[in-house]
Design a binder for this molecule. Structure first.
Ligand SMILES: [Cu+2]
Length: 147
C-alpha cells in the first residue's frame, strides 16, 4: 500500500498528538500520585485526624469536639493536628469558609460534607458563612484559634 503525502502527514500528526497526550497523562498521574497532599486530601497519610462535627443554623455555627463540648463563636484547634470537619445544616444552606486553611464547604440539611486540613501556624483566623442564608447571615462569623 502506498500512502500519498497528505495521508502520511495525517498519520504523523495523529501519532504526534497521541504521543503528547500520553506523555501528559503519564506525567500527570505520576505527579498526582506523589503529591497527594495537594489535591483532595491536603494532609497526606493521616486522612482523618480529630473529627469535629459542624452544624450551621440560622444564624450561627456549632462546633462539636470529640469530648462532646460545643462552641459557637470560636473554633479551637491545635497546631500540627489533622482535623476533619463533618459539616451539616439544621435548616437552610450555609457555607463555612476559613480562608487561612482553604476550607470552603457547604452545610446542607440532611446531608454531611467533610473536609480535612491541618493547621501549621499558630494564630487567630477568621471563619464565616459565605452563603447568604437570611436576615442575620452576617452574624455567622467568628474566630479560629490555633494554639
Ligand atoms: Cu449561613
Amino acid at each position: 500500500m502506498k500512502l500519498d503525502n497528505r495521508t502520511k502527514a495525517e498519520v504523523i500528526w495523529v501519532i504526534a498528538v497521541v504521543a503528547i497526550l500520553s506523555w501528559a497523562a503519564v506525567s500527570n498521574a505520576t505527579y498526582l500520585q506523589t503529591h497527594s497532599e495537594n489535591i483532595a486530601n491536603p494532609v497526606g497519610p493521616d486522612p482523618q485526624g480529630v473529627i469535629i462535627n459542624v452544624t450551621g443554623y440560622q444564624w450561627a455555627w456549632a462546633f462539636q469536639y470529640p469530648n462532646g463540648t460545643i462552641s459557637t463563636d470560636k473554633l479551637v484547634l491545635t497546631n500540627g493536628t489533622t482535623y476533619t470537619l463533618i459539616v451539616s445544616s439544621k435548616d437552610v444552606i450555609h457555607d463555612l469558609y476559613i480562608p487561612e486553611f482553604g476550607v470552603n464547604i457547604y452545610a446542607v440539611y440532611g446531608h454531611t460534607n467533610q473536609i480535612t486540613f491541618k493547621p501549621t501556624k499558630a494564630g487567630i483566623y477568621l471563619f464565616e458563612c459565605v452563603e447568604y442564608c437570611g436576615e442575620f447571615h452576617y452574624e455567622m462569623r467568628g474566630t479560629v484559634v490555633v494554639t
